[in-house]
Design a protein. Structure first.
Length: 392
């Protein structure tokens, strides 16, 4: 809605005025000299942006006159962040226009017809608390439509429950919090705060973005972002000699039966020393998943192993069985193996369950089971095979 012309007759804007009733055609904005203008009508005000260059003629006034149509008589006005005196505003009831003198240059003018004079705050800091301690803060920036706050939290990696401590009542549907690619929600009111139904997986020192869509905020409606019940990822253990124990059921990674998200690649590629002559690579940590069918010959306790390579600092995966989360495998940290499997020694056999500091063994019935591994927290991980081994 910007123009170089100094007299605007915009039907579309008149319709946007809403509360004004029927306005067949109105001159919404006019200026004593040309410039670039935009006007936006909101529930209690019109917000005008204008850029008018100084004509540079000596002896001419140091300001120009701007007239703006309003649905109701003007009650207050801001020039940028300065509240203007009432006598600076001239209201023409017949034309429904307010006229005021403005300095040259680029400015934003709020022309209000309802409520008390108000501007959105410029900035606010929202503390982040993790396990009872300060863990950084978000910097909130405001517009009339709401608030967007961003920053880094000093915590993780791990999973945590998130609580938003609110200042007064906040519509849960107006709030969103994202960390990495994950968006939490829907938010639920609890004890005057908002809580997310599911724990959030966070990388180390995650970037957070908190958004509240609400008209005319005068301060942040969120007082603090609190991370509670923080659980670090479960670790895995490298198997000495990278040798599978006896009785293992080996399933080639490349024999996955279903997948979702970004496509993992199968093949030898430039990889070396793969079992069965192929592996899975470009398996991304963006929520992509792979599934394998495993036919278990006997009911009992089994342990999960995997042959992996990771050229990053490490990687994270979530393991599910038969569509259910597996205790201790909701977030598993895999180590760096020194490369992506392009050289000898970069494939490691790791054990995920059944030893002291690992997740407990899987209790499985005999017959068909479906194993799903999901990539989380951004990092790639290459798989050569997965295996079940009788627990001992
Ligand atoms: Ca393989």
């Amino acid at each position: 809605m910007k123009t170089r012309h100094h007299r605007l007759a915009l039907l579309a804007c008149a319709a946007a005025a809403g509360a004004a009733g029927s306005v067949a055609a109105a001159t919404l904005l006019s200026s004593s000299i040309p410039g670039a203008f935009g006007v936006r009508y909101l529930p209690d005000r019109a917000v005008v942006t204008c850029t008018v260059e100084d004509p540079g003629e000596r002896g001419v006034a140091e300001s120009f006159r701007l007239s703006v149509w309003l649905p109701q008589p003007v009650r207050w006005a801001y020039l940028d962040r300065e509240l203007l005196d009432e006598d600076a505003l001239s209201w023409d009831a017949d034309a429904g226009q307010v006229t005021l003198a403005l300095p040259f240059g680029g400015h934003r003018v709020h022309l209000g017809w309802a409520g008390e004079p108000s501007l959105p705050p410029e900035r606010a800091a929202i503390p982040i608390v993790a396990a009872g301690r300060g863990a950084g803060s978000l910097t909130a920036r405001f517009s009339l439509d709401g608030m967007e706050a961003t920053g880094e939290a000093r915590l993780g990696p791990g999973t945590a429950h998130v609580r938003l401590v609110t200042a007064g009542e906040v519509d849960p549907g107006a709030v969103s919090l994202t960390s990495g690619g994950a968006t939490l929600g829907p938010w639920q009111p609890r004890d005057g705060d908002l809580v997310a139904p599911e724990p959030l997986m966070v990388a180390e020192n995650p970037s957070l973005a908190l958004q509240v869509r609400s008209y005319g905020l005068s301060a942040s409606p969120i007082e603090r972002v609190v991370f509670e019940d923080i659980e670090p990822p479960t670790v895995v253990r490298r198997v000495p000699g990278d040798e599978l124990p006896e009785g293992a059921l080996l399933v080639e990674a490349e024999d996955f039966v279903d997948s979702g998200g970004s496509a993992a690649l199968i093949g030898e590629g430039t990889h070396v020393d793969t079992h069965g002559g192929a592996c899975i690579y470009t398996f991304m940590g963006d929520g992509s998943w792979l599934e394998w069918d495993i036919d278990v010959p006997a009911a009992g306790a089994w342990d999960l192993y995997a042959r992996i390579s990771c050229g990053d600092v490490g990687s994270y995966r979530q393991v599910a069985l038969d569509g259910m989360a597996v205790e201790g495998l909701g977030l598993v940290a895999f180590p760096a193996t020194g490369g992506w499997g392009h050289a000898e020694g970069e494939w490691w056999l790791v054990r995920l369950t059944g030893a002291d500091d690992l997740a407990p063994p899987l209790e499985l019935t005999a017959g068909a089971h479906r194993l799903r591994i999901t990539g989380v927290l951004d990092k790639h991980l290459n798989f050569d095979y997965v295996a079940l081994v009788p627990h001992r």
